[in-house]
Write a protein that binds this ligand. Structure first.
Ligand code: EPZ
Length: 420
């Protein structure tokens, strides 16, 4: 397994281009199953999760071609049984369920795995599909779903932690070809769900309320092919903004959409970071002494859980006490123990992490555990004295396009060490 070797202490300077959003492109690729016609998706990030989704679509019988940052999919003839091992390995694959049921009225997919951040249940996905008339059995690790037809329904999709992003995506994709109207209350409002809805609309779907907690879908007979450019990745942009502030550098993020990042930019400004809009770019630099801030992760437009770990990496550098409360996932502090190896002072009290920031960090070998925790370790390594080796960076490669190259271009002393 590859690792990253980082020699800290270099402020990041220069320009970085933000890639397409992983969490938009995965459901959008799944949505291509809804038509037999060709779909062209642009600004697709070069990520292992995206390659995985391409393999899953191909295993269902779709023709998938990738050329540069453009992926073409034609699901002319598909089957409803997905490759167990492929689907089990990637959580995002659950969003093929809705389109398969809409297109074929049947699907057999493996239960998606959980991961270090939590059990990742899918009860809300199944509740929504049942409301549309789908019969569902779960046995020997598979979800077996069939429906004579899909009929529109009114349904509430909120769970104990609020809306479900991929659950909303799944139900929308099941409803676009259902008979009648579906109204989803407590739908997820994330920009990635909006981007999916924009792609579905381009395919001929009838959806209103996009970006609001109440989405209405009027079923149509069939959908046609479409072309779409994926929105930039607000989580990647937030990650580089935080890295710029943490290293006391100055970085311009090209392609970042500030309107998707208000909660993050608000907290960065509160902590003393300077963020200026420059046309379609954001310039970020530390504006002097950092101030501690309290963070609570919430559904969009609240502070995103996917930026919680990276913000902790900034707060361990910030003199004073910051409290970070994770309200979306039940165990998303795995990065804390690894940050403490670098000298951070963090104590976990239930859903909150108490960060006593300002202690000097010194490099050490650390273990990546999930995608965003890995990013936090890289940020901390960029600031620690001496060398930090971040192991198991396949986690990073799942969701960050060429992170080591992008950081090197900003002046970081970082090398990918391929395991021999
Ligand atoms: C999406 O996961 C993202 N992944 C996650 O990003 C992100 O953290 C999450 O949304 C929340 O914003 C993709 O889009 C591929 P949820 P998703 O369903 O849809 C509970 C990253 O780092 N829940 O919105 O799987 C669940 O346990 C990844 O890029 C149920 O209880 O998350 C959690 O507590 C990590 N029942 C909360 O809802 C369900 O049926 C939010 O989960 C579904 C979810």
């Amino acid at each position: 397994m590859d690792s990253l070797l980082i020699k800290g202490g270099v402020p990041l300077h220069g320009d970085v281009t933000i890639s397409g959003a992983k969490n938009a492109v995965l459901p959008i690729m799944a949505a291509t199953l809804l038509t037999a016609e060709k779909c062209v998706i642009r600004r697709v990030p070069d990520l292992s999760d995206v390659k995985f989704m391409g393999k899953i679509l191909a295993s269902l019988g779709a023709e998938v071609k990738a050329e540069g940052d453009t992926v073409t999919v034609q699901a002319a003839k598909i089957k409803g049984v997905g490759d167990y091992d492929l689907i089990r390995k990637m959580r995002g694959s659950i969003c093929i369920l809705g389109p398969l049921l809409a297109r074929l009225h049947k699907a057999k997919v493996s239960l998606p795995g959980g991961c270090v951040i939590g059990t990742r249940p899918i009860d809300l996905h199944l509740k929504g599909l049942r409301a549309l008339g789908v019969g569902i059995k779960v046995e020997s690790g598979y979800i077996l779903a069939t429906a004579k037809k899909l009929t529109g329904a009114d349904l509430f999709l909120g769970g104990r932690a609020g809306p479900t992003v991929l659950g909303t995506a799944n139900i929308i994709m099941a409803a676009v070809l259902a008979e009648g109207v579906t109204l989803i209350e407590s739908a997820a409002c994330e920009p990635e769900v909006m981007d999916l809805c924009n792609f579905l609309t381009a395919m001929g779907a009838k959806i209103t309320g996009v970006g609001s907690p109440t989405i209405t879908i009027t079923g149509v007979k069939e959908l046609h092919g479409a072309e779409h450019e994926v929105i930039p990745d607000r989580i990647e942009a937030a990650t580089y903004a935080i890295a710029a502030a943490a290293t006391n550098g100055e970085v311009t993020l090209h392609g970042a959409r500030a309107e998707h990042m208000n909660a993050v930019l608000d907290k960065l400004r509160e902590s003393g970071v300077k963020v200026e809009r420059q046309g379609a770019a954001l310039k970020v630099r530390r504006g002097g002494r950092l101030k501690p801030v309290d963070i609570t992760t919430l559904p969009y437009a609240g502070f995103p859980t996917d930026v919680q770990a990276q913000m902790m990496a900034l707060m361990i550098l910030t003199p004073g006490i910051s409290i970070i409360t994770e309200r979306i996932f039940e165990s998303r502090f795995t990065h804390a123990a690894e940050l403490m190896r670098l000298g951070a002072d963090i104590s976990i009290e239930g859903p909150s992490a108490i960060v006593k920031g300002g202690k000097p960090l010194s490099g050490a070998p650390v273990m990546a555990s999930d995608l965003r925790a890995s990013a936090a370790l890289v940020i901390a390594g960029l600031c620690a004295k001496g060398a930090t080796q971040v192991n198991r960076i396949y986690h990073l490669d799942r969701g960050y396009e060429k992170m080591d190259d992008k950081l090197k271009a900003l002046g970081a002393r970082i090398e990918r060490v391929e395991e021999t």
